[in-house]
Design a protein around this ligand. Structure first.
Ligand code: DQA
Length: 149
């Protein structure tokens, strides 16, 4: 059966395309997800995309993923830098999660240099715009391939 991947996006990422395009680029979230579906299909994977501006809904989406997903590509937006609840949710569900950012958070304000989540993720990709998501998906699928057998 195809691998099932949750592509989870946090606050303000619904505004991609119009939000600070100099930082986040011109692509909309729908375009990014569409591109990911094509890449995923090529590798025998299926994507379900969820976006929420609400921290608890992101926690719920991670809990729900436990029942059907093989792994998660997760751009937690600003919650990256603050959320112990999301960190605990990632630890609790035990799924491989790749922390993903469009911008290079380390080249930006100091408060973006710290992630509450990186330590419980299998990897982190940042700085490549929409390509970050593709790299995260590829990395996650390679990770899952290595895990099998
Ligand atoms: C972001 C980086 C975060 O610092 C910021 O709060 C976002 C987007 C990124 O994709 O570059 O909302 O996660």
């Amino acid at each position: 059966m195809d691998r099932q991947i949750l592509v989870l996006n946090g606050p303000n990422l619904n505004l991609l395309g119009t939000r600070e395009p100099d930082v986040y680029g011109a692509a909309t979230l729908d375009e990014i997800v569409h591109d990911l579906r094509v890449v995923a299909a090529d590798r025998g994977a299926e994507i379900k995309a969820v976006q929420s501006n609400v921290e608890g809904e992101l926690v719920d989406a991670l809990h729900d993923a436990r029942t059907w997903a093989d792994g998660v590509v997760f751009n937690p937006g600003a919650y990256t830098h603050t959320s112990i609840a999301l960190r605990d949710a990632i630890s609790a569900v035990g799924l491989p999660v790749v922390e993903t950012h469009l911008s290079n958070v380390h080249a930006r304000e100091e408060f973006r240099h710290r992630s509450m989540l990186s330590a419980v993720c299998v990897g982190v990709v940042c700085g490549f715009g929409p390509t970050s998501y593709r790299m995260a998906l590829d990395g996650l699928l390679d990770h899952l391939d290595r895990d099998v057998g």
